[in-house]
Design a protein around this ligand. Structure first.
Ligand code: EPU
Length: 299
């Protein structure tokens, strides 16, 4: 465990202050021990979909990067929560297994990607998912199958019930390395031409797409591209990305998100729901902004 851990360098946004306590479990047993000590701990993988406050977080965080085994048995693949999407895609490609090509451009790790049912290029984590080993305080370690997971667009039961994903099993298709490599190349090409790479710090899509529409298109129609807030700005090539070229702050990001959300709400009457998660508890203005940004509209 490390105290007062500086998290900034590990985040894809290159933003964030000190975390009071950070744990690095390497096995499921370690993980369960940590959670028994720190039942409120926030579990993070590759910190690619999370905005961490510059004023830090006074609680505990569990980083799963040390839980990174992949095992392949025929067409069945089991990946630990800390395995990076990219590594998983490359490993199964070598084995000639298709179904996870879209993960080649993912900055995140398997746990978070199952948790949010990540998707791209017409494929989703849920497509080839069989089951996951999971953890929650009430039940300890248990398994959830595909039906139990209640996967939706960027959602699963894990979000609703605060369930942590320890590892996930996928059933893939034997299609040969060449075909898998070609599909991966086309996913990467899409990513390179439509989305900022990580040398320009960013956190992926900022808002979820509203049902039947596109957050990027709505934001673009509001003219937010290139809108600047302190050190961050809306990316010039896609209006649903905030990039951080100039060492911006967490407050810069939240203020910009509020402007983006407000513009779409005013013009289209649609309240965009943030996809990225905020972590912090020491900044009043940020808490106010989060209340506004994350509050669901009454139906
Ligand atoms: N568009 C605009 N203006 C823009 C941006 C987009 O008009 O500034 C239009 C595009 O022309 C297109 C539509 O909006 O017709 C959708 O845009 P795009 O194809 O770029 O996809 P997206 O819906 O913005 C989603 C996921 C991405 C995923 C891609 C590829 C969400 C919120 N985002 O993006 O996921 O990689 O599809 O499948 O669902 C992520 O979640 O972090 C992420 C990157």
């Amino acid at each position: 465990m490390q105290e007062n851990f500086e998290i900034k360098k590990l985040t894809s946004f290159k933003i964030g202050g000190q975390i009071a306590r950070v744990y690095f479990p390497e096995t499921e047993v370690d993980f369960v021990e940590v959670m028994a000590r720190e039942p409120q701990a926030v579990v993070l993988g590759n910190i690619s979909n999370v905005l961490i406050s510059d004023d830090g977080y006074s609680g505990a965080v569990v980083l799963t990067s040390g839980m990174n085994n992949i095992s392949i048995n025929g067409t069945t693949v089991v990946a630990d929560c800390g395995v990076k999407g990219q590594k998983l895609a490359q490993t199964v490609a070598k084995a000639g297994l298709g179904g996870l090509e879209f993960m080649i451009g993912f900055p995140g790790a398997v746990g978070g990607e199952v948790f949010m049912n990540a998707s791209a290029n017409g494929q989703a984590i849920s497509d080839n998912f069989i089951k996951a080993r999971c953890y929650c305080a009430e039940r300890g370690v248990f398994e959830l199958n595909k039906e139990d997971m209640k996967f939706g667009y960027r959602s699963s039961i894990c979000q609703e019930k605060n369930i942590k994903v320890l590892s996930a099993e996928f059933e893939l298709e034997e299609i040969g390395a060449e075909k898998v490599e070609a599909r991966m190349a086309s996913c990467l090409e899409f990513r390179r031409s439509h989305q900022p790479l990580l040398n320009l710090p960013n956190c992926g899509s900022i808002f979820k797409n509203p049902s039947g529409d596109s957050a990027g298109r709505l934001l673009d129609d509001c003219g937010v591209k290139n809108m600047v807030q302190g050190g961050v700005k809306v990316w010039e090539n896609h209006a649903n990305f905030i990039v951080n070229p100039n060492d911006g702050s967490s407050l810069d990001v939240l203020e910009l998100m509020a402007k983006m959300q407000g513009a779409v709400e005013e013009k289209f009457g649609i309240k965009l729901e943030p996809e990225i998660i905020y972590l912090g508890d020491n900044n009043k203005r940020e808490e106010e902004l989060c209340k506004m940004l994350y509050q669901k509209t009454q139906k």
